[in-house]
Design a binder for this molecule. Structure first.
Ligand code: NAD
Ligand code: TYD
Length: 349
């Protein structure tokens, strides 16, 4: 089987690519990535020379490019992760999110539909999305697969739009699709603009740790490898046309999470307890900041037997260790040097 994974040089995509390349040596895995600021081939150094792995540098907004690679490689399936993914960036530049997340997704759907039309049912378009499409919860309740869409940030609006297009292609053109909506991920290779890696980096360097508003917003955190495992399960055993919610059953208020992280890092760095908490700095709140996300994954658990394999304490500890050990990765992505890694290792198609 030939699988095109988009966004495979990013945070979650790199874990999905690695899992598929290592677990399924008979599959050919093609990783299509534009290598934006968030894409980093250093995330995949350990598998880059595997025989069943090919990297393709390209932009999903470029329909002619997609046409060319579909004609050349004849993919059987797509797992689509490429996206602009940071809410704060979407507030300053919404159009970039429309381009990649909406137009890029529709380009992929179009090219898949055209190339697969003779034997549509032998193919699969699996779209990776976020629980943020459901909007914001109050103190109670969970997002289910039936929760009405109510996106509130330009990021979640663009992801919601892409989800709608994916379902529209299923209903209108019988394109076989699957969809999953996952809660906040954390773990190795996470770009340090998102809360957990940003906080780890700042605590390490004794810089202020910005907490938006009063830090009362709640997120449900899932270790990234457990998301990759869920994607594997859904890709192979999920029902065509269906949506699956994926979450960690692990809700944290931002301030509690940051305090936990400060204490954990004090322990690991041999600093006196309470030292890093002094770095916590409350800053202006994010515009339209969603109060709470929490997800009901019982469909995925009951139908496919998936459950998180890593507790939050284990996952956070492994994540901190990874960032403390991988100082070069962290320095490269924070200085921007990683963009030249591609030029050193690969030539343009
Ligand atoms: P990321 O920002 O780390 O990675 C995105 C990748 O997509 C990068 O490698 C980037 O170079 C690539 N990319 C961006 N624009 C592209 C384009 N036009 N053409 C080709 N490649 C392009 O994102 P992530 O956190 O790994 O998220 C991956 C997917 O999972 C996204 O679709 C996101 O919406 C979804 N998701 C993320 C989370 C989370 O907590 N991070 C949770 C649920 C769902
Ligand atoms: P983030 O990691 O950007 O993910 P998302 O907005 O997609 O949930 O943010 C997680 C939470 O942390 C969110 O409530 C915003 C908050 N936050 C801060 O308090 N400080 C920060 O510096 C960042 C980046 C986020």
């Amino acid at each position: 089987m030939k699988i095109l994974i988009t966004g495979g040089a990013g945070f979650i995509g790199s874990h999905v690519v690695r899992l598929f390349v290592n677990k399924y040596p008979n599959y050919q895995i093609y990783n299509l990535d534009k290598l934006t600021y968030a894409g980093n081939l250093a995330n995949l150094t350990d598998i880059k020379d595997k025989e069943n792995y090919t990297f393709l540098k390209g932009d999903i907004v470029d329909a002619a490019y997609l046409e060319g690679i579909f004609a050349e490689y004849q993919f059987d399936a797509v797992i689509h992760l490429a996206a602009e993914s940071h809410v704060d960036r979407s507030i300053t530049d919404p159009l970039a999110f429309v381009h990649t997340n909406v137009i890029g997704t529709v380009n992929l759907l179009n090219v898949a539909r055209q190339h697969w039309k003779e034997n549509m049912d032998k193919h699969l378009f699996y779209h990776i999305s976020t629980d943020e499409v459901y909007g914001s919860l109050g103190e109670d309740g969970l997002f289910t697969e039936e929760t009405a869409y109510d996106p509130r940030s330009p990021y979640s609006a663009s992801k919601a739009s892409s989800d709608h297009f994916v379902r529209a292609y299923y209903h209108t053109y019988s394109l076989p699709i699957k969809l999953s909506n996952c809660s906040n991920n954390y773990g190795p290779n996470h770009f340090p603009e998102k809360l957990i890696p940003l906080a780890i980096n700042n605590i390490k360097n004794e810089r202020p740790v910005p907490v938006y508003g009063k830090g009362e917003n709640v997120r449900d955190w899932l270790y990234v490898l457990d998301h990759a495992r869920a994607i594997d399960d859904i890709f192979h055993r999920g029902k065509v046309g269906d949506t699956y919610n994926i979450g960690g059953v692990n809700e944290w208020r931002n301030i509690d999470l940051i305090e936990l992280l400060c204490d954990l890092m004090d322990e690991k760095l041999g600093r006196p307890q309470g030292h890093s908490r002094k770095l916590i700095t409350f800053v202006k709140d994010r515009a339209g900041h969603d109060l709470r996300y929490a997800i009901d994954s019982s469909k995925l658990m009951n139908e496919l037997g998936w459950e998180p394999s890593v507790t939050f304490e284990e996952g956070l500890s492994k994540t901190v260790d990874w960032y403390l050990e991988n100082t070069e990765w962290l320095e490269n992505v924070t200085s921007g040097n990683y963009t030249s890694y591609y030029e050193q290792q690969y030539t343009d198609r």
